[in-house]
Write a protein of this length. Structure first.
Length: 321
């Protein structure tokens, strides 16, 4: 076995009850990777629970076991033999309920691909740069000698497809495609999954896109573009926080734009999503505001008013151009 996986495999073999933790405002990678691993661990006879601070977005509820991902309150007071966080860049990204369960576990581990990860678990499998945590989970399943089935394949495909922008971003490398090829070989309906995850949208989401795009501002000769979504926009459109998915890419895909930011009033503060073209490093920008992420896709949460946050982010982006 590749020695990367020895400590985690032995922790898994030694554990009976295992908790899998996804990050707040879950995406396809944290959901798909956790659910693929859940199914693998169940096949090994483990007692597996999955938790997340926020509910699984509708576009991922078709994944096997998505209905078993619970809020940490439903597991409060339980001490698991092993807790594994998946695609969680730092402990703050677990949310307080999941962080308490993580701290109460007898052993902790994590699987992640964020370069800013501070290695907060007993066992840390972190590889960066890497397209998706789903690539690491694929390796882990091989190390555990769990065969792929159609449902595992569907979860891992969604994990890798979503974190690579449906295989169109610079991080869509050979490893990402080889995971996809293996998954497709298991025979799931790629057209149906792709349409559900990337194309189909409820009316309220399309209205929210309209609200966000009408807030568009550019600066630095059109190279920095920002858009905002307020609490009021969510209410007026009848949309949910997960419905902001995709907006930052529309802003980013405008001609001239080198750095795009979407700022959303979500939960406790303003959630910022940043995207850049090489060589501009937006993780450097997000770190200035206590966040993290990857060089070309990063984020942070700010505790200021929406327009004030927009000004600060735009200024920080202009500064690195
Ligand atoms: P998003 O814009 O939410 O799609 O996030 C882009 C990337 O930045 C993802 O890889 C996230 O894991 C990372 N990221 C987003 N927000 C934060 C944060 N507050 N702290 C650390 N990393 C973040
Ligand atoms: Mn993620
Ligand atoms: Mn990821």
């Amino acid at each position: 076995m590749n020695e990367t996986w020895l400590p985690l495999c032995s922790s898994i073999h030694d554990a009976q009850s295992i908790l899998l933790i996804s990050h707040i405002f879950p995406d396809g990678d944290t959901c798909g990777s956790a659910l693929a691993l859940r199914r693998a661990l169940l096949s090994l006879g483990k007692d597996v629970a999955c938790c997340c601070e926020h509910s699984v977005p509708d576009i991922y509820t078709m994944l096997d076991g998505a209905d078993t991902i619970v809020h940490p309150d439903a597991l409060a007071g339980r001490a698991f033999d092993l807790a594994i966080s998946i695609d969680v860049a730092d402990e703050g990204r677990m949310g307080s309920g999941c962080a308490a369960l993580f701290a109460a576990a007898r052993r902790t581990a994590q699987i992640d691909h964020h370069g800013t990860n501070p290695c907060y678990a007993d066992t840390n499998v972190i590889r960066s740069p890497l397209s998706a945590t789903g690539v690491l989970v694929t390796e882990l399943l091989d190390a555990l000698e769990v065969p792929f089935d159609r449902k595992i394949a569907e979860c891992l495909y969604v994990a890798v497809a979503t974190d690579t922008g449906n295989f169109k971003q610079a991080n869509a490398d050979a490893a990402a495609f080889s995971v996809a090829a293996r998954c497709i070989g298991c025979g799931f309906d790629i057209a149906a999954i792709s349409r559900r995850v990337f194309d189909l949208k409820p009316v309220c989401q399309v209205k929210l896109f309209g609200a966000a795009l009408s807030s568009l501002q550019t600066s630095h000769g059109g190279e920095v573009a920002t858009a905002v979504v307020s609490r009021e926009d969510f209410e007026r459109c009848g949309a949910k926080p997960e419905h902001t998915e995709g907006i930052v890419n529309i802003v980013f895909n405008m001609e001239q734009v080198k750095i795009a930011a979407l700022l959303v009033e979500k939960g406790e503060g303003v959630k910022v999503s940043l995207r850049s073209v090489a060589p501009y490093d937006v993780a450097e920008v997000s770190r200035q505001f206590g966040g993290g992420g990857h060089a070309m896709a990063a984020g942070c949460t700010m505790q200021t008013d929406l327009e004030e946050a927009r000004r600060a982010i735009a200024a920080a982006c202009e500064a690195i151009l």
